[in-house]
Design a protein around this ligand. Sequence first.
Ligand code: CA
Ligand code: CA
Ligand code: CA
Length: 603
Amino acid sequence: MRGRSARMSLLASIVALTLSGAAPAADYRQRPPEDEIIYFVLPDRFENGDPKNDKGGLKGDRLQTGYDPTAKGFFHGGDLAGLTRRLDYIQGMGTTAIWFAPIFKNKPVQGPKGDESAGYHGYWVTDFTQVDPHFGTNAEFKAFVDAAHKRGMKVYMDIIANHTADVITYKEDAAGGFRYRSLADFPYSRRGGIRGASINPGFSGDHVADPENWKKLTDPAFAYTPVVPKGEERVKVPAWLNDPIYYHNRGNSDWVGESALYGDFSGLDDLATENPRVVQGFIDIYGRWIDEFGIDGFRIDTAKHVNPEFWQAFVPAMLARAKARGIPNFHIFGEVYVDAVDPGALAWYTHAAGLPAVLDFGFARAAIDAVSGTKGTGEFARLFDGDALYKGGAGAAQELPTFLGNHDMGRFAMFVKAANPAASEAELLQRVMLGHAMLLTLRGVPTIYYGDEQGFVSDDKDQLARETMFASKVAAYNDNDLIGSAATTATANFDPAHPLYRHIATLSEIRRKTPALIRGATKVRAFAEKPGLLAVSRFDPDTGREVLLAFNTSAAPLSANIAIDMKSAGFTALHGDCPASPAAPGSLLLSLPAFGTIICQAS
Ligand SMILES: [Ca+2]
Ligand SMILES: [Ca+2]
Ligand SMILES: [Ca+2]
């Protein structure tokens, strides 16, 4: 935005306001991360803006091109041109930032014979400098970023430093798969185990980050013997990534302890992220995307499978790079998959790894359990108590992206439906609306999973939770009964009149206009050990004015006296049926319908 005349900026602001009713476009660089509402999308599954790139410029059948719109594990044709074309739709529900699954060039197809699938999800990178041709070009990426910025929307890239695509294999016999080979049984100092030949003399271990130390690690065959298949010797970009010395080469992770850091994630080549060459390599790679495109943040994939020292170096380097590019509010949030309300396990990464934020898996668990009725609402109290554990305390917890479901675990509606198999569609809709009301009013940065606003219900997790918004040819998607809609995924679903889309738009607007909901401190007022009441006060960061949130997770109406601030003498309803005044100073009598939400602002 620098270099523009004030008049141009003003004009741009007016245009953006008129178009969207959102904050002026010129201000987007000034917004702190907690002001955003994020929309998370898989580009392959969103909109096909250019059928010419569907096969990624490759020839042959789906095992060559990766393209098969009838198979859930292959490319379906969505791209950056489609995402750009649908920005009106995305912004129309009040979302202000887009996080999209990785768009870097992938290995098109991988997997054992007969069980292949494609890199449509973007997590199998070979070239970190280029947009995957299935999604478009670097120029189209620039057009997308610029178009989002013009509307005052931010762009968050999904990045990976833990692994590349699966290119490296091992010379040893693979019967039963490449089982993990530990540091103790296969030290760096011997070839193929403690009885093997002496190798890598003088190497003092991977905890010594000194480049001189790492020069002494020259033989990568301490555990398995890495082999790069013929024809793939130069497939990775930048070129240093093709050298097996920069990988762990210890076989597959079994997800616990040491192997969670050093093991290959289902065969994906696990980088030696302790090596200073690898650290600098990724600072250079991702710094370029900041410099060239002026993006606004990173979501870090598989953050917990990388040693914390890597992030301790990477994060400040990226924040400095962004600041130099005129991006003072660059957001970085890591994926630390913890399927429990366990704030300590997440908060550890803000201390030990120096991650500014992590995806709030605890929030997702609490919301799924409460809204599906498998538990009461007490988990939210434990969740918010845990905010003190994050580096920076409860203030830092405001920057955690919160969510209800995702592309890995499955959709929120699926969890709700699974716990309530006999529920009517109307009840499922009410419950899914309740979950979104919690998401959009409680602390954290609300993150909507694409398709949830059209009532998508995944059959299961992973591939089955990645339906297309444009007309799908996947039978396992098209037989789903969408919530709040008579449509199926066999036709395009970009309906701004869908009740969930409208519900999200309504609550987004309330949030944007109510600083207490964006940045206000949280005080839990009431919770229940069975389905029922959750009441939470949030306070305007400047005036201290109270906003009371109340949710009913049960199928019956309820009434209760809720403790409030003694100073809150009158209320206006921001949503739902709010009494105009307290029953007595310090107590508000609330009546909530089944699955209802009330938002009361003290006047
Ligand atoms: Ca396409
Ligand atoms: Ca591999
Ligand atoms: Ca790793």
